[in-house]
Write a protein that binds this ligand. Structure first.
Ligand code: NAP
Length: 555
């Protein structure tokens, strides 16, 4: 465990506090960035609008919320063996309270809280070219200056509230899954409607159905869901992971999605249909992402291979859901895995309950929301509560809502009007000294996010050290570097089926948002690129000497 250190000194000039770095966001990314930069000796202040640390795990308290990725003990920080040895996970897919408790434990264990200011939204951020510093302003009107601005604002943190006519008139309780209340919500005896059947919706639906008098699920696009098969974590697994931590960490770092999966090298066409079926059945029973990652290597690149798995899952839906008409409504028809793959605990089974109704919005669209419910083309659905599981303006939405102003006052909304240009997913031309964690063009949501945050923060720390050691005051990428990065991200995406599907990965869920697949699919290759760029003296970046405006090319 890193030894405790005194908080490096911040200074106050006039009414403005000065730090080396301001971090926006006290979630998985921001907490680690604080620890890392502070350990380097920087004065750092973190701001977060929530009343607690945890980011997405603080906000998303809806019933059923739990890790649906690699699960325990791999959805966690990897940098500290002490944290790994000390923290016990109870289930393979820890629930939201457990993940939040873990992040709170990390914040306490690393003594992070003294440098975190909660219930404080950053409303404005402007780059001061003469000072080579960022000035940020809080919701309370307090101004803070920092040389570096680290945006750890989350990729799924700007809720998408659907613009459905009459939504403001609904007189019952109405909650977005991504802004779930801190106080308990009771469904008992209530008629509840859930709009949205993505990851949040499929996690919430079985839980709500168990308690509500009646649940109506409003589904626009049916999705493929795989059983998560959450279960108590076998203590033997924990013991083995702890004993072999160095090797496991190396395995996570080498894996293309930062997870402990054995990635199949085999192509779907190399097996007979019977062999494929047997393999799919085996992995379906195992649960989780194994079905997608450990079956065949070409599921996300070859349409025919994809079709074999899609057909298998459609068969499972028909098997599970007793009413054939309901089963048909649940039948997805896009390339499996090209929307964020869903994992569930009893989602399809829920439609066998007699207190659950599925409304297929493709054949019976919502006309309006009224004070008493939802009116679709064919009739009224009376409701006491509406749950909006309608997702987020993903990856770019939160930073765009903050809308930082860079060089010459250019705003990020102007800069990203047509394309989300970045270099390495980490920095943006005309926005010197602004770093992103999980920014567009990084592996972000298609990589183990705590691990990705650690590795990106490590790069930011190295970059800051490089500047400091050379008396450099500012760094930013060149527009050419952004263009070639865009090509690299796009070329990688175009080797896959991802861009063929409307999803939040492509920006299709937000009306008017530019269509761009801005996740770097390289996994370890991405982190190798980060290292190469640094090793070449930050190739693709330009620098300014400290307190001088003269620009020095890095290559
Ligand atoms: P989402 O995947 O974007 O799903 C939103 C759902 O709302 C979709 O079914 C969408 O339908 C529907 N929708 C949106 N606007 C609508 C409208 N106006 N009318 C009717 N339906 C509408 O959002 P999410 O479920 O919150 O998940 C977002 C991401 O968060 C996930 O993909 C995942 O990466 C992450 N997440 C992770 C976990 C976890 O790890 N435990 C849990 C939850 C979420 P269309 O498909 O037709 O647009």
């Amino acid at each position: 465990m890193t030894t405790m250190q005194p908080t490096p000194k911040a200074t106050t000039q006039g009414s403005i506090e000065h730090y080396d770095a301001v971090i926006i966001g006290a979630g998985v990314g921001g907490l680690y960035a604080l620890h890392h930069l502070r350990t380097m000796g920087l004065s750092v202040r973190v701001y977060d609008g929530a009343a607690g640390v945890g980011g997405t795990w603080w906000w998303n308290r809806y019933p059923g919320a739990r890790v649906d990725g690699p699960g325990s003990p791999f959805y966690c920080y990897t940098f500290s063996e002490d944290l790994m040895q000390e923290w016990d996970w109870a289930e393979t897919q820890p629930d939201q309270p457990s993940v939040l408790a873990y992040l709170e434990y990390v914040a306490d264990r690393l003594d992070l809280r003294r440098d975190i200011q909660l219930e404080t939204w950053i409303r404005d951020a402007c780059y001061d070219e003469a000072a080579q510093r960022w000035t940020v302003e809080t919701s309370a009107g307090v101004r803070i200056s920092a040389q570096f601005l680290v945006c750890a604002v989350g990729t799924l943190s700007a809720p998408n509230s659907p613009d459905i006519p009459g939504i403001q008139t609904f007189a019952g309780e109405c909650y977005h899954t991504g802004r779930w209340p801190q106080t308990p919500v009771s469904f008992a005896g209530k008629r509840v409607g859930v709009i949205g059947t993505g990851s949040s919706g499929v996690q919430a639906v079985p839980e709500i159905a168990r308690e509500a008098a009646h649940l109506t699920v409003f589904q626009r696009t049916p999705q493929y869901s795989i059983p998560a098969r959450n279960r108590p974590l076998d203590p033997e697994v924990t013991r083995q992971v702890r004993e072999n931590w160095a090797a496991i960490r190396a395995q996570l770092n080498a894996n293309s999605v930062g997870m402990p999966f054995e990635m199949s090298q085999r192509l779907a066409c190399e097996d007979t249909p019977e062999q494929r079926l047997a393999l799919y059945e085996d992995l379906w029973q195992k649960g989780g992402f194994h079905l997608l990652f450990s079956s065949y290597a070409d599921l996300l690149t070859n349409k025919e291979a994809n079709r074999t798995l899609a057909e298998f899952v459609r068969g499972k839906i028909r098997e599970v859901v007793r009413d054939p008409k309901t089963a048909e409504k649940l039948m997805p028809d896009y390339y499996l895995g090209t929307k964020r793959q869903l994992l569930d605990n009893g989602y399809y089974e829920t439609f066998n309950r007699n207190n659950v109704t599925l409304v297929d919005l493709r054949e019976d669209p919502i006309q309006e929301i009224t004070p008493t419910g939802v009116r679709t083309t064919t009739g009224n659905h009376s409701l006491d509560m509406l749950v909006l599981a309608t997702g987020f303006d993903a990856i770019t939405g939160t930073l765009l809502r903050l809308n930082p102003k860079g060089r010459d006052g250019v705003s990020l909304q102007e800069k990203w009007r047509a394309r989300f240009d970045t270099y390495l997913g980490m920095m943006i031309a005309d926005f010197p000294n602004l770093f992103m964690i999980h920014g567009p063009g990084s592996p972000s949501v298609l990589y183990n996010m705590p691990l990705g945050a650690e590795r990106e923060s490590g790069w930011i720390g190295d970059c800051v050290r490089y500047l400091r050691e050379r008396g450099l005051g500012a760094i930013e990428p060149t527009p050419d570097a952004e263009k070639s990065w865009d090509r690299e991200v796009t070329d990688l995406a175009n080797t896959t089926l991802y861009p063929l599907t409307d999803s939040w990965y492509t920006g299709a869920n937000i009306p008017g948002k530019p269509r761009q697949f801005c996740v770097h699919l390289g996994g370890p290759l991405y982190f190798q690129r980060l290292s190469e760029v640094a090793a070449k003296g930050y190739e693709g970046f330009v620098f300014e000497q400290e307190r001088r405006t003269e620009v020095v090319a890095a290559f």
